[in-house]
Ligand binder design. Structure first.
Ligand SMILES: *[C@@H]1O[C@H](CO)[C@@H](O)[C@H](O)[C@H]1NC(C)=O
Ligand SMILES: *[C@@H]1O[C@H](CO)[C@@H](O)[C@H](O)[C@H]1NC(C)=O
Ligand SMILES: *[C@@H]1O[C@H](CO)[C@@H](O)[C@H](O)[C@H]1NC(C)=O
Length: 365
């Protein structure tokens, strides 16, 4: 499924490139195509000055980190060059990677601007040089990913370009404490949020599959589809006959159907560490131990982020906030679980069992 869509995207990209080339090709004698159409054409036509609006049409991808900043490029100019600045209208809108309608982000006319919804107070136009319409976003959230459209309107003319925002992070599979395939779509969303993460998007899962994620249990994604990534086909997992890939069950019923979930977590502002006082602890004692240490018991998304983005490596199983017991391995070695890096899990043991604990201490603001 992903392969087909990627292809479609590539084709689309090729077409855009081709049409962009056709418009700017030197063999095209008349870039000012309104001119003929509007000249001497009765009194009702809007006067067209002969100045044409151009825009960088390269579709950029911007990679950023959670709570960081991102600058999404957008540049326009006039031909022939104009001597006095023209009052153009710049509008940025967002199509969430998680699905849902396109929403307004920022509208600017001259020096006046307005931002909308969750973007209020977090976005502004850069305006470093004439024609600079880059969008600067601060305090990025996990769910800000998706497609941003920069649209510039100058009188009759209207140009737009797309920028894709992605966060660097890690995708992990998560299941309900009672076992596999217990989560409705809403339950899945909540489960990720409780573990300091968000539902992964198809793009994020695809990216993780390319990096080697191999998981045999199907999980919900942000767009309401259910998928699983296979890098090494094997018998209990669809059989040897199928090629590696991200397999999709398509869109499932959000209340009736139950699966696991793929969550996405990004960079951590703080530290995850293994903590074990003189003795091992049950779950209650583990929570208290972190508090006494000025921290809190780590969430699953925080442990994955520390493992993937900060290389946390520890061969000791420890309690986590959801009552699971796990340990992060970046350098596989003997007596330390499988031969591949990963966060190993002992599932959800009875809370009276004794282990160490992973704590999380946020950075001082
Ligand atoms: C993000 O931008 C704000 C305001 O421009 C700045 O104060 C802050 O230091 C930036 N943060 C990072 C992580 O670059
Ligand atoms: C995005 O995440 C923020 C912070 O975690 C949350 O407040 C907001 O409701 C989320 N937005 C959507 C559309 O889920
Ligand atoms: C953990 O041990 C304490 C005693 O140190 C006890 O009070 C508590 O009930 C135990 N909790 C669990 C979940 O077993």
């Amino acid at each position: 499924m992903m392969i087909c869509c990627l292809r479609a995207l590539l084709l689309l990209g090729a077409q855009l490139l081709l049409s962009g080339w056709a418009l700017t090709a030197p063999t095209n004698p008349n870039n000012f195509f309104y001119h003929d159409f509007l000249d001497g054409n009765g009194n009702k036509e809007i006067y067209f000055s002969g100045v044409k609006l151009h825009m960088d049409s390269a579709q950029a991808s911007v990679f950023a980190v959670r709570r960081g900043n991102a600058t999404m490029p957008c540049r326009f100019w006039h031909e022939p060059e104009v001597s006095s600045p023209r009052e153009v209208r710049v509008k940025w809108s967002w199509l969430p990677a998680a699905g849902g309608p396109e929403t307004d982000v920022l509208v600017t006319i001259g020096s006046r601007s307005r931002s909308f919804g969750e973007f209020r107070g977090r976005v502004q136009l850069r305006q470093d040089f004439p024609g600079d319409a880059a969008l600067v976003m601060t305090r990025l959230q996990l769910n800000d990913t998706g497609r941003y459209r920069c649209e510039v309107v100058d009188g009759l003319e209207d140009k737009s370009t797309l920028v894709y925002l992605e966060l660097r992070g890690v995708v992990f599979s998560y299941k309900h404490p009672r076992g596999h395939y217990h989560l409705s779509f809403l339950g899945a969303k909540q489960a990720c949020e409780e573990q300091d993460s968000t539902l992964a998007t198809s793009t994020q899962l695809f990216q993780s599959w390319k990096e080697g994620l191999n998981w045999c249990n199907a999980g919900w994604l942000a767009d309401g589809t259910v998928q699983y990534p296979i890098t090494r086909p094997r018998v209990p997992c669809g059989g040897h006959g199928l090629a590696p890939g991200v397999r999709s069950y398509g869109r499932r019923h959000q209340h009736l159907h139950r699966y696991d979930v793929f969550c996405f977590s990004s960079s951590l502002q703080g530290k995850v560490y293994y903590f074990q006082p003189s003795h091992k602890m049950n779950l209650t004692e583990a929570r208290q131990a972190c508090q006494v240490d000025g921290a809190e018991i780590a969430k699953v998304g925080q442990l994955f982020a520390a493992w993937k983005l900060k290389g946390l490596d520890r061969c000791d199983a420890g309690w986590l906030a959801d009552g699971s017991v796990r340990y992060p391995i970046t350098r596989p070695r003997t007596n330390c679980g499988p031969s591949e890096p990963g966060v190993q899990s002992f599932g959800f043991p009875p809370p009276q069992h004794k282990h160490g604990v992973y704590c999380y201490k946020p950075d001082n603001e």
